[in-house]
Design a protein around this ligand. Structure first.
Ligand SMILES: [Zn+2]
Length: 240
């Protein structure tokens, strides 16, 4: 007599994963028919984790963290629509906006003028010119701000590197070099201060323990609002 097949048992729950400095909502689908773990990201950016019905959470969590870099890069591709480099486009800058003013007949140049950013040259060259301009601004502004905060700590000035990382705002190397993303100059000073103080706090506490967050709070009281804003605006700042 053939064994009667057991009905497939399923369970579904929703959760949120803290990856780097962002929160990623996901749906966990457990099924008695599954033997392995799988992770997928839909066209719309919905994250689904398929797992065996009774697998312990720490196995699932370890699997997710192992694939964190892949997940973040997939989400960025899905959620970051390309930037439209048209005349009048809004360029975020230090928490405000500048308007792109194209001058295709002119030779290549970039010049801020009041609320506008004048950019000369053929349209194809505009993105590179604007990004170069942002990087130049970022180099000066971020380095100076880092120096001001480090000064308050009383320690030596950490070395600074401008980064163009695809997913991170800042990092601290084992040799004590603070890397800050040039895209931070699109954010407000409060958000910039949060990232700088976050990295400076890592000089004392390398992990993200409660002691670490106490250190951040000591450097920047009320940092939570800036942290939340940065998370909320991250997609906008990473458009280009
Ligand atoms: Zn950190």
């Amino acid at each position: 007599m053939p064994a009667r097949r057991r009905p497939v048992e399923r369970r579904e729950e929703c959760g949120e994963l803290a990856l780097h400095d962002r929160r990623v909502p996901y749906t966990l689908k457990r099924s008695s028919a599954r033997r392995t773990l799988a992770l997928s990201v839909s066209e719309a950016g919905a994250v689904t984790v398929n797992a065996p019905l009774r697998m312990a959470w720490h196995h699932i969590e370890a699997f997710l963290f192992k694939h964190a870099a892949w997940l973040v890069s997939r989400l960025e591709r899905v959620q970051t629509p390309g930037f439209a480099w048209r005349d009048g486009a809004e360029l975020p800058y230090l928490g405000g906006l500048r308007r792109l003013a194209l001058q295709p007949e002119a030779l290549p140049f970039v010049m801020p003028l009041g609320e506008r950013l004048l950019v000369g040259g053929a349209p194809a060259g505009v993105p590179a010119l604007v990004v170069d301009w942002y990087r130049q601004e970022a180099r000066g502004l971020l380095q100076e701000r880092l120096a001001q905060h480090a000064d308050r700590l009383g320690g030596p000035l950490p070395r600074f590197r401008l980064s163009g990382a695809a997913t991170r705002w800042g990092s601290l190397s084992p040799r004590g070099v603070v890397s800050l993303n040039w895209r931070l100059v699109k954010a407000s000073w409060a958000e910039i201060d949060y990232v700088i103080c976050h990295e400076l706090a890592h000089l004392r506490v390398p992990n993200h323990s409660a002691a670490f967050w106490r250190e951040v709070a000591a450097l920047l009281p009320g940092y939570e609002a800036a942290k939340a804003r940065l998370r909320e605006h991250g997609r906008l700042y990473f458009q280009f």
